[in-house]
Design a binder for this molecule. Sequence first.
Ligand SMILES: NC(=O)c1ccc[n+]([C@@H]2O[C@H](COP(=O)([O-])OP(=O)(O)OC[C@H]3O[C@@H](n4cnc5c(N)ncnc54)[C@H](O)[C@@H]3O)[C@@H](O)[C@H]2O)c1
Length: 267
Amino acid sequence: MATGRTHRPATRSRGIPEATVARLPLYLRALTALSERSVPTVSSEELAAAAGVNSAKLRKDFSYLGSYGTRGVGYDVEYLVYQISRELGLTQDWPVVIVGIGNLGAALANYGGFASRGFRVAALIDADPAMAGKPVAGIPVQHTDELEKIITDNGVSIGVIATPAGAAQQVCDRLVAAGVTSILNFAPTVLTVPDGVDVRKVDLSIELQILAFHEQRKAGEEAAALDGAVPAPAGRDDSRTDRTERTGRTGGTDQGPDGDVPAVMPA
Ligand SMILES: NC(=O)c1ccc[n+]([C@@H]2O[C@H](COP(=O)([O-])OP(=O)(O)OC[C@H]3O[C@@H](n4cnc5c(N)ncnc54)[C@H](O)[C@@H]3O)[C@@H](O)[C@H]2O)c1
């Protein structure tokens, strides 16, 4: 059914670049930790270090939110948590369905981090009739026959696909036809979606391959250092943001091959 892939512009309609949007969850995670410790204010340098981001970039990112902090005081932690949550759409409840309740789908269903961040698991769906009615994480699994009704009844706009790769496109098509406009895809396949549908792909094996690449490079540099050619490299955090900074590329919400490759990746 799908005819093309979503290619989002590097800048969102409200003027916030995609690369900034991709860093907002990093700031939010660091700010939430500060908030839990009742820290009232934070400097851009402290927050940048906690989020693993360059502080000049952080100040630029916050300027898009209209948040400039107070000289000598820093940023108000609670207010920034609110501002970023609002910008990310987390001040509202997002019902999510998970399709494919095998090893991964069950683990995701049991993950408490969704609910605490405003993502409510509205339904678990699987094609295996033997699973229908069985509770996983306290939620009875429903058969795929019910998929369209579940999406409509719960007003679901976000779907998580954790089926085998061969079933993912068909599941994606059904989700989209039923009204889902954002998909988090764990299956190792590239999904085709119509314009207006965002797909984020998660692939831990790609993350491991990137780490393997850096391990190999470090080993080569260390061998060269032993030969007295160049100094051994310092370790580094190869987070999405750092890679974005190095390559100068912006993150995207689509799953094109031109994106960079964080754990939740657009490639
Ligand atoms: N992205 C990652 O880092 C990562 C990590 C682990 C697994 N995976 C992928 O996640 C997927 C699930 O892995 P798993 O280990 O949970 O597999 P699994 O075999 O344990 O579970 C798959 C489930 O999908 C269901 N299913 C099959 N076809 C379906 C359909 N058309 N509609 C609805 N449900 C359907 C099956 O009944 C089963 O319950 C695989 O594609 C796997 O490669 C990705």
